[in-house]
Ligand binder design. Structure first.
Ligand code: MOS
Length: 700
């Protein structure tokens, strides 16, 4: 494969709005999701989880429920097949929670203790709710705070970066901000719950799932069950949201385990409540930011310290302190990440891990500094624009943050803003505006793709991409159309089958870039084969590409997307309610493949930022260690009525290395959005809110 360098010829598919190729199937209900695909002889598993947060399971009274109607088996630590969680997967070692029923220890509330399998889902549920489990309970510690004595600096790379003499630069600064910010535990809880059906089919484990990477999940399942890699097939045709939560989770392991024990297909669907304990979440954070500046706002010192939590069984790091590393120049630039281990489930990647909470703290602190310096917040950021990576010293692959500020300020009407707080009032509403900057890394991973020229003149693309609801299938259709120089209507894209070979996951905002690169390479190979006069046989002509080797040659650079977020809020002086009146996000995030779905992706992130600013907050009961109200009634998320006028747009910013110019837009929409709203609340009221969410009782 030598033909992937240089930009693709633009034939007009990429960049033009295109409705989803699977849109009709989805709105008419013919698109089937993992929990609704029919199987003959299907059995259903219902999971039972621990009611204690720490201790041991002493007994499971399985006999009583085995006599209930339809019950086939009860799996628990006393009888379950052995699995192996001591392996390295694509993203490191697994959270040991996926090694279900391997011992009697309970490390958090909601831990899997038994699976009841029955002929119907209702029978399994009835029996599961009747199952008596006895525990030996131990005291638990779930209290997250900056003062927790157990916090430590993880061994992982980049946990501590130090450039320059922080104390000296702070001492020499005219203006100093030193503030602590907190964000609560937050959950992704996608609309479609985690669901998997597993069966043995001709010596292969066949799993129908809902995930962010079928080849990834297949690889992890083969490792956990010590199977030959080729003997596991995972498919995940349609996915109703994921956001970081849909990797290998307990449901696939439970279904595969039960299918093995019973030798028939078994389906396991997690309940909404179980999702609050078993599919990861965003750790709460406490962050301290110190900024020191010259009178004109030039930064002498930037120090960002972030603390997050993890479980006692696995270390997950929410790297909030790293957000500012590619953002702002400062003579002294320090970041420090710490973690504390508590008796709670392991957190995980949740849309813009690190950047989402990190941008709230640093972009609010910059607003506080702008106020102290008497400098406009946009001017303050422009004054600290770096030439090269502020900590790394590496060149930027491209950087158009200033273009985002310029376009955003013009469209938002920033120039007319009176910088003084609490000066605009409409009846009982105080009005304010705020802004913040955003960034997210530009990553890419290897992928294999096949493109087939069919005898009927159409083309079939095969790649184990995941369309988690973003429109990835449609984006890949447009990319293939340009690379093949044919109309999108002649192309069908098949995704999410691990038998198509390895493909990078839909995560880290690198799905479309990673898959698009491989699809472009395969399509170009195919075009080279389709010389005039060539006959296409009945099985078609196929070209394949694997980008693995090529990506290793990319030069070391600071590669990022950027954005500018703007918000206008109204704050009710009587109730403390904050209403967002309008939001505008302008992004420099590479070439945009499909404006229709890209806009949706970006506004989706911004709405989540609004939700993070004003609503989302998971609460744990200190007595039981379990989440309080773990469902979409108890856990508040933004609703339509909370999302008024919202616009996302972009400035030109093609990536210089990617054959299509893609950077990635999956996560940057949420970054900075909560800070823009918090800064607008300050502008409206004159009061800084450093703890999310900005609830009415905190405003009043
Ligand atoms: Mo995303 S949090 O990288 O799935």
């Amino acid at each position: 494969m030598t033909t992937t360098t240089g930009p693709t010829k633009v034939t007009g598919a990429v960049g033009a709005a295109h409705t989803r190729v699977d849109g009709r199937a989805k709105v008419t209900g013919t698109a089937r999701y993992a929990g609704e695909i029919p199987f003959a002889d299907l059995a259903h598993g219902w999971l039972v989880t621990s009611t204690i947060a720490r201790g041991r399971v002493t007994s499971v009274e399985a006999e009583a429920v085995l006599a209930m109607p339809g019950v086939l088996t009860v799996l628990h630590h006393g009888n379950a097949p052995r699995v192996d969680v001591d392996y390295q997967g694509l993203l490191g070692s697994p959270d040991p929670v996926v090694g279900v029923f391997q011992h009697d220890r309970v490390p958090f509330a909601g831990w899997p203790v038994a699976l009841v399998v029955a002929e119907t889902s209702e029978q399994a549920r009835e029996a599961a709710e009747s199952l008596v489990v006895h525990y030996d309970q131990e005291p638990h510690d779930i209290a997250f705070s900056a003062a927790h004595p157990g916090s430590y600096t993880p061994e992982a790379d980049g946990m501590r970066t130090e450039k320059g003499d922080l104390a000296a630069q702070l001492a020499a600064s005219t203006h100093v901000v030193d503030a602590q910010y907190t964000t609560p535990e937050e959950h992704h809880s996608p609309m479609e719950p985690h669901a998997a059906t597993a069966r043995w089919d001709g010596g292969r484990l066949d799993v129908v799932d809902s995930n962010q990477g079928s080849s990834w999940v297949a690889d992890e399942l083969s490792k956990i069950f010590s199977l030959d890699p080729g003997s596991v097939r995972v498919r995940s045709e349609h996915v109703g949201g994921a956001f970081g939560s849909k990797g290998l989770r307990v449901h696939q392991v439970l279904a595969a385990m039960a299918a093995t024990v019973l030798d028939r297909p078994v389906r396991v669907v997690l309940t909404r409540r179980q999702m609050f304990s078993l599919v990861g979440y965003r750790s709460p954070t406490t962050q301290r930011v110190r900024l020191g500046a010259e009178p004109d706002g030039r930064l002498r010192a930037l120090d960002h310290q972030g603390l997050s939590l993890s479980s006692t069984i696995h270390e997950f790091i929410e790297p909030s302190a790293g957000f500012g590393r590619p953002m702002y120049d400062a003579d002294a630039h320090h970041t420090h990440t710490r973690v504390v281990r508590l008796d709670v489930p392991t957190p995980t990647w949740m849309r813009a891990p690190g950047e989402a909470p990190g941008s709230f703290a640093l972009e609010c602190a910059l607003d506080e500094l702008a106020e102290k310096c008497g400098v406009d917040p946009i001017a303050l950021r422009l004054r600290n624009e770096p030439e090269v990576g502020p900590v790394s010293g590496l060149p930027f692959s491209s950087r158009n943050l200033s273009g985002c500020f310029e376009e955003g300020a013009r469209r938002f009407g920033w120039a007319e803003r009176d910088p003084r707080p609490r000066v605009r009032r409409e009846g009982r509403w105080l009005i304010g505006t705020g802004m913040a900057a955003a960034t997210f890394p530009v990553l890419v991973g290897p992928a294999t793709a096949g493109v087939t020229a069919e005898a009927d003149g159409t083309f079939t693309v095969r790649i184990a991409a995941a369309d988690v609801g973003t429109g990835a299938r449609t984006a890949l259709t447009l990319i293939a159309a340009d690379a093949l120089e044919v109309a999108p209507e002649r192309i069908r894209v098949r995704v999410a089958d691990s038998d198509f070979g390895f493909a990078m996951i839909a995560g880290g905002s690198m799905g479309t870039r990673s898959w698009g690169w491989a699809v472009t390479a395969a399509a170009r190979e195919l075009r080279d084969k389709l010389v005039p006069g060539v006959d296409i046989p009945a099985e078609g002509i196929t070209a394949k590409a694997d980008t693995g080797a090529l990506l290793g040659t990319l030069a070391q650079k600071e590669r990022h997307s950027y954005g500018a977020q703007f918000a206008e809020v109204a704050v009710d002086v009587a109730s403390g309610e904050v209403r967002v009146r309008r939001m505008l996000g302008i992004f420099a995030a590479g070439r945009i493949i499909n404006p229709l779905t890209a806009r949706s992706q970006l506004t989706g992130g911004m709405i989540w930022g609004l939700s993070m600013a004003l609503h989302e907050e998971a609460v744990r009961d200190q007595a039981t260690g379990a989440p309080v109200g773990p469902d979409l009634a108890g856990y508040h998320v933004a609703a339509h009525a909370d999302v008024p006028h919202i616009e996302a747009d972009w400035v030109d910013d093609p990536d210089p290395d990617d054959p299509v110019g893609i950077k990635g837009i999956g996560e940057i929409g949420i970054v900075g959005a909560a800070a823009a709203i918090a800064n607008a609340v300050w502008h409206a009221t004159g009061v800084r809110h450093r703890n999310l969410p900005i609830r009415p009782d905190r405003v009043i």
